[in-house]
Each structure stands twice: as structure tokens, then as C-alpha cells.
Design a protein around this ligand. Structure first.
Ligand code: GTP
Ligand code: MG
Length: 439
């Protein structure tokens, strides 16, 4: 054995065991591995979303197995639509590792379950699983093996025909974000072109951010992880645009699952066609353990804490020291008085404001009335002036005509006089006429 540096100055000494003298504890990883393999893993996956988006079809495609069969047809093939939440167990074995997979199929919104409060039965189901788990954990006689039916992940289906999230999508995710790991998926991705799909993904992520929705955040992979680049690329594909299909066809000599159309074959496991493989890889190969742990450490813990808080005795009902109680009462009283005072001040302030406003309105009204009467008087004055002017003009014209007529009369009388004179030949009368002219 060779001694190495002391750890943090304590009495512990780091010791590296030479390879040829192993004591055996390094085998613990194998022990854990063997135990886990023997024990197997449990994963519960839920699908939710609008009716007819391909939830059941996707489940079959995702796990390379027909979970729904002729005896147990998928909801889309049943005569009646799914009207209740149904869980279905399937044991998958891959390279000796067993995975007990529980699939929880939920009624699609808009069919048997309306859009309003579509989240409520699902939330109830998830909480019931937490409850069952906690009850089993706290039992005096715990059974050796308690199946874990807590929902580790909810694939939330978004319809591909809109431009944004629908109101029920937002409500569903907001109501369940603290209960379960939500992974949004765009359904029936084969109906979108790659450009449309990219744009739709951006819109959805924007909506998720704008509405403060917490979806399951795939943790960043360790830099030392040889797959870190690949995982980051897969992570960028959220929300996964998926297509489901159980039809098997031969493509370039290989059997592929997909959807057969008259114009071509959509390979659901081809990353160029949709994100199904990316989703499966993220769910099973990279983040299954994290999903299970987050469910246990975060969601179930939240549920437990909320439950405990609800049954903790009300602190106000605990009997206290009388002096402390009096002091507390006095403080409460003071606070109440202060609040009352503030409220009265607010009422007074409000009333003063209202009164001031009314006065201002009255003043404005009076000013307006005054302005209108001044304007009316001014208009009347202008009208009278105009009339006076007219009268003056008319009078002048009349005077002028009167003078004309007078002159005409004078001329006429003079002419008459001169005619008389000529006939009488009297020189004195011409002098008399001359006086008229001067006038
Ligand atoms: N174009 C297209 N159609 C799909 C896809 N997946 C399923 N479908 C079709 O959509 C219809 C409904 O599929 P289901 O899997 O029953 O849908 P569901 O969401 O389970 O429906 P409910 O159980 O009513 O909520 C079926 O006709 C499927 O063949 C897909 O990826 N693309
Ligand atoms: Mg279904």
C-alpha cells in the first residue's frame, strides 16, 4: 500500500491500493449493477392531450411492441372512446435488463372529457399514486416489494394544426407542472414540412416561456460524457415532433415501422422524418434515471411536504405563555388600529379627491356658461351694430332722395315762376326766386 496526501488536513489519509493487492470494495459497482439488474427498473409513462392526436399509436411505436392488440385494442379502435384513465403494464427485457413499464393512457380532451378542467382527473390520478406510495412507505409492515406506480413522465401531445399552444394546453401544463415531469411533443409530425415544424417548435417554446410553464428540463450532460454532444443535439429538438405508426414495410432491404401513404412511406424511426428516436433515446438511454429521481425527490417530496403542512397543528392554537400572549394581542391590536387609521385616511383622501373633482367640474361648467353668454352678447352687439349701420345708410339714402326731390320741386317752381314772369314781365319776382336758390 502507498500512502498519499492527507485529505483536508484531517486524520484521513488517501490510500491507493495497488492493482495486484485488491481488497475487493471496488467491486461495489458490480454489486450495485447486479442488484439493479436483478431488481429491474420501473418506469411509468403517461400520455395526455387532445383526442385523436395519436397517443396510443405512439406508445406502440415508441417501445417497439404492440401494447395494444386485437384483444386489447387501442382507444382509437375501440367502439367507445376512452372514458377513464387506464394503466397498462408491460415487461420489456433488453440485454438482460428488465424494465417494468407502466403506460397510463388518458382520455383525450374534447371527446369523453371536455376541455374545461381537462387536467383535473389526471392531477387526481397522479396524486393518488403519490398517496399510495407514501402510505406503503409508512406502513408498519412494509411489504418486501412495493410496486412504484408514480408517474415519472407525462408526454403532453400538442396538435400540429395550430400556430401556437391552445388555451387548454397552457392550463394543463400549468396545473401539472409541479406534479409530474412534462415533456411536450408535437403530434403527427408527418403533417408538417421541416420548415413549418421548426417554426412551430420555436412558437411553442416561446409560448412555454411567456406563460411561465415549467416543462421537464433535461439536465446538461457532463462534459466528460462521451455522448454529451449527441445529447445536446437531441435536447435541442424539444418539443419533440413525433409520428407514430405500426405498419411495417421493407425499405432498402430493411424492415421499418411507419405510416404508408399513397405518395410514400413515413419511417417513424428515421430521425430525418420525425423525432421519435430522439425522444426514445432521451427517455430511456439518457434520462430515465433522472426522471425517476426527479419524481421521487421533487414531485413526490412536494406532495409529502404539502400534505404534512396541511396536517400540522395550527400554530395559533398552541397554548402560549400568558405574557407572550398579551404582548402578541397588544401587537395585533396596534396593527389593527394602524390599519384602521390607514383605511380612514384613505377614505378621507378619497372623499377630498372626489369633492375637489366635483368642484373642478362645477367651475369648468360655470366658466363654460359664462363664455357662452359672453359670446351670445358679443354676437347680439355685432348684430345691432350691423342694423345701426344699415339704418344709417338707409337714412343717408333717404336724405339724399329728399334733397333731390326738394331741388326738383324748386327747379319746377322756378320754371313756373319764370314762365309767369315772362307773361307778366315783372322784375321784382325774379329777385324773390333767387332767395330760394340760396336756401
Ligand atoms: N398522420 C398521422 N396520423 C396518426 C399518427 N398517429 C396516429 N395517427 C392516426 O390518428 C388516429 C388516432 O390515433 P390514436 O392513437 O387512437 O389517437 P389517441 O390520441 O390515442 O386518441 P384518443 O384515444 O381518442 O385520445 C388514428 O387514425 C391513427 O392512425 C401520426 O403520427 N400521423
Ligand atoms: Mg388513445
Amino acid at each position: 500500500m502507498s500512502s498519499t496526501a492527507a485529505i483536508n488536513g484531517s486524520s484521513h489519509v488517501g490510500v491507493t491500493i495497488p492493482k495486484d493487492q485488491l481488497v475487493g470494495f471496488s467491486d461495489i459497482t458490480n454489486q450495485i449493477y447486479r442488484k439493479l439488474v436483478k431488481q429491474g427498473f420501473e418506469l411509468t409513462l403517461m400520455v395526455a392531450g387532445m383526442s385523436g392526436l395519436g397517443k396510443s399509436t405512439l406508445i406502440n411505436s415508441l417501445f417497439l411492441t404492440d401494447i395494444y392488440s386485437d384483444e386489447y385494442p387501442g382507444p382509437s379502435k375501440r367502439v367507445d372512446k376512452t372514458v377513464s384513465i387506464q394503466s397498462h403494464k408491460v415487461m420489456l427485457v433488453e440485454r438482460g435488463v428488465r424494465l417494468s413499464l407502466t403506460l397510463v393512457d388518458t382520455p383525450g380532451f374534447g371527446s369523453s372529457c371536455s376541455f374545461e378542467n381537462c387536467w383535473a382527473p389526471i392531477k387526481e390520478y397522479i396524486e393518488k399514486q403519490f398517496e399510495d406510495y407514501l402510505v406503503a412507505e409508512t406502513c408498519v409492515h412494509r411489504s418486501h416489494y412495493n410496486p412504484d406506480s408514480r408517474v415519472h413522465c407525462c408526454l403532453y401531445f400538442i396538435r400540429p394544426s395550430g400556430h401556437h399552444l391552445d388555451p387548454w394546453d397552457i392550463e394543463f401544463m400549468q396545473k401539472l407542472q409541479n406534479k409530474v415531469n412534462i415533456i411536450p411533443v408535437i403530434a403527427k409530425a408527418d403533417t408538417l414540412t421541416p420548415e413549418e415544424c421548426q417554426q412551430f417548435k420555436q412558437n411553442i417554446m416561446q409560448d412555454i416561456r411567456n406563460n411561465g410553464i415549467k416543462i421537464y428540463e433535461f439536465p446538461d450532460p457532463d462534459d466528460g460524457d462521451e455522448n454529451s454532444k449527441e445529447i445536446k443535439r437531441l435536447k435541442d429538438r424539444v418539443p419533440f415532433a413525433v409520428a407514430g405508426g405500426t405498419h411495417v414495410a421493407e425499405v432498402n432491404g430493411e424492415r421499418k415501422r411507419g405510416r404508408q401513404y399513397p405518395w410514400g412511406f413515413v419511417q417513424v424511426e428515421n430521425i430525418k422524418h420525425c423525432d421519435l428516436v430522439a425522444l426514445r433515446s432521451m427517455l430511456l438511454s439518457h434520462y430515465m434515471q433522472d426522471l425517476i429521481q426527479t419524481t421521487h425527490n421533487v414531485h413526490c417530496e412536494n406532495y409529502r411536504a404539502a400534505k404534512l403542512a396541511a396536517i400540522t397543528p395550527d400554530s395559533s392554537k398552541i397554548v402560549k405563555n400568558p405574557v407572550a400572549q398579551m404582548e402578541e394581542d397588544r401587537k395585533k391590536h396596534d396593527a389593527k388600529m394602524k390599519q384602521l387609521e390607514q383605511e380612514m385616511e384613505q377614505v378621507l383622501e378619497k372623499k377630498v379627491k372626489e369633492k375637489t373633482l366635483k368642484l373642478q367640474e362645477k367651475k369648468a361648467e360655470l366658466e363654460n356658461q359664462h363664455k357662452q353668454s359672453v359670446q351670445a352678447i358679443e354676437a347680439e352687439r355685432r348684430e345691432l351694430e350691423a342694423k345701426l349701420e344699415n339704418y344709417r345708410k338707409e337714412k343717408e339714402a333717404f336724405d339724399y332722395v329728399a334733397r333731390e326731390m326738394e331741388q326738383q320741386q324748386l327747379i319746377n317752381s322756378m320754371e313756373t315762376d319764370s314762365a309767369d314772369h315772362r307773361s307778366k314781365t315783372s322784375s321784382g319776382s325774379s329777385f324773390k326766386n333767387l332767395k330760394y336758390w340760396k336756401k
